[in-house]
Design a protein around this ligand. Structure first.
Ligand code: C5P
Length: 441
């Protein structure tokens, strides 16, 4: 459904095609034709080096549009880079040299194309083309990772015959693949538009006294990555998170909380009316039965007697102090169970006629990962459980990467090891596909 919608809307969409100075620049002519056949309007920006390989007149003829060459080459439009960026539904740079790729990754904007890329808010696709040594260079690899983490679509490069005469990786993907990837990227960019999503993230803190709490090492990265990817797909996102050091992604409604009870209260407020609810928070299952207003004293610290400071009994006995403060002894600190936010709200869904929202839970397990996740799917009444083995240091709580098993009532499927940002994209693509299938049936 989304594919048809996207092909339909391609008719009103503009692809801004950046051509840089790689030998593969001639293939950009074919790419223009493919975009036009798919229904896109195409406008071209060329770097100075690209103009030495293919003439601007070729692209002018193919697109029947002026070709943008320099920051100040349109006297009627002194801020060409901004208007070009605003006009674009997608910015595609194909071929993208190592120079332009590394510049974009680092926010350098020193010509029309890189300045437009920095001003661009539309989905960005890069099709790298370069010599294998340039590709393997750690700086280029770092840039590729940073760009992918920032949500940029990277197509290729592939292995094949390179201009330098060797057979190796660095060859630009085919114009057909780039065109298809552009359609896919636009498809993704709209896949959650009009959907409201609730996401819980991070740990919760269950205070015993003002300076001590029960919590977990959760960094919140997964939930924040989900929020960022959901906004990039056009969703309206509310992110309810326990304490983390992360910055809330732009365009997300942020609701900071501390305890599980507070998280439940806020999630409950936003739950009615959302289309998708993703519970990625690592909620503390227990909290101290009593939250003390003042810091609890350890038993070996003598407490001063305020009213009789000159007397020999300057220090109260430990027991006397504890009793006066109504402070429990360590063995008396009781824990009570926290509400299960996911299960509580999923139970409420049963009262809704709409059957909404689609509910996703997480299962961070240290053993029997699949069996535990399958049990959770049923006991919590979720539609999808994303399970992972947190005993593996590569994919544990505060790590950068994750490998997950998607568990649904119809079966399960494992993913590769990937960054949490990429996994967030894979999760949302899966949810969007499931919802579009549900809408069709
Ligand atoms: O039972 P367990 O904590 O392993 O379940 C994990 C899933 O349930 C996660 O999606 C988590 O966000 C959610 N959860 C919750 N409230 C709790 C405990 C877990 O929403 N009190």
């Amino acid at each position: 459904m989304y594919y048809n919608e996207c092909m339909e809307s391609a008719k009103q969409q503009t692809v801004l095609l950046g051509v840089t100075g790689s030998i593969a620049a001639y293939k950009a002519c074919e790419l223009v034709r493919l975009y036009q056949r798919s229904g896109f309007k195409v406008k071209v920006i060329m770097t100075q080096r690209a103009q030495e390989l293919v003439g601007a007149a070729t692209f002018r003829g193919l697109t029947r549009q002026p070709v943008a060459l320099d920051l100040f080459d349109d006297p009627r439009n002194p801020i060409n880079h901004i208007s070009l960026a605003q006009e674009a539904d997608a910015l595609v740079i194909a071929p993208c040299t190592a120079n332009v790729l590394n510049k974009i990754a680092n926010g350098v904007a020193d010509d029309l194309l890189t300045t437009t890329a920095l001003a661009n808010e539309a989905p960005l696709l890069l099709a790298p083309a370069m010599n294998v040594a340039m590709l393997k260079n750690s700086i280029t690899q770092k840039s590729l990772k940073a760009l992918a983490s920032a949500g940029v679509t990277i197509v290729g490069p592939e292995s094949g015959y390179l201009a330098c005469g060797t057979e190796d990786s660095g060859r630009m993907s085919s114009p057909e693949d780039i065109c298809l990837a552009t359609v896919g990227m636009l498809l993704r960019a709209k896949s959650l538009s009009g959907k409201r999503i609730l996401i819980t993230a991070g740990p919760t803190r269950e205070h015993l006294d003002p300076v001590r709490y029960l919590s977990s090492p959760s960094s919140g990265k997964t939930g924040f990555a989900l929020a960022q990817e959901a906004v990039a797909r056009g969703a309206d996102v509310v992110l309810i998170s326990g304490p983390t050091h992360l910055t809330c992604p732009l365009g997300v409604e942020y609701v900071p909380v501390t305890s599980a009870e507070e998280m439940l209260q806020k999630a409950s407020k936003h739950f009615d009316g959302v289309d998708i609810a993703i519970f990625s928070a690592a909620v503390s299952d227990f909290r101290p039965a009593e939250q003390h207003k003042h810091k609890l004293k350890k038993r070996t610290t003598p407490a001063p007697i305020q009213e009789n400071q000159n007397s020999l009994s300057f220090f109260k006995s430990q027991e006397q102090d504890r009793i006066e403060r109504k402070q429990p002894s360590l063995s008396e600190i009781k824990l009570v169970e926290n509400p299960d936010i996911l299960a509580t709200l999923a139970a409420r869904r049963r009262e809704f006629q709409s059957g909404k929202p689609y509910i996703v839970g997480f299962a961070a397990e240290t053993e029997n990962v699949l069996a535990n996740a399958q049990a959770k799917l049923i006991s919590k009444d979720a539609d999808l459980i994303i399970a992972n083995d947190v005993s593996d240091p590569l994919i544990g709580f505060a790590s950068e990467s994750n490998r997950a098993i998607f568990v649904e009532s119809l079966g399960h499927e494992s993913t590769e090891l990937m960054s949490k940002q990429m996994l967030a994209g894979v999760i949302l693509d899966r949810i969007a596909t499931t919802l579009s299938i549900k809408n069709l049936t």
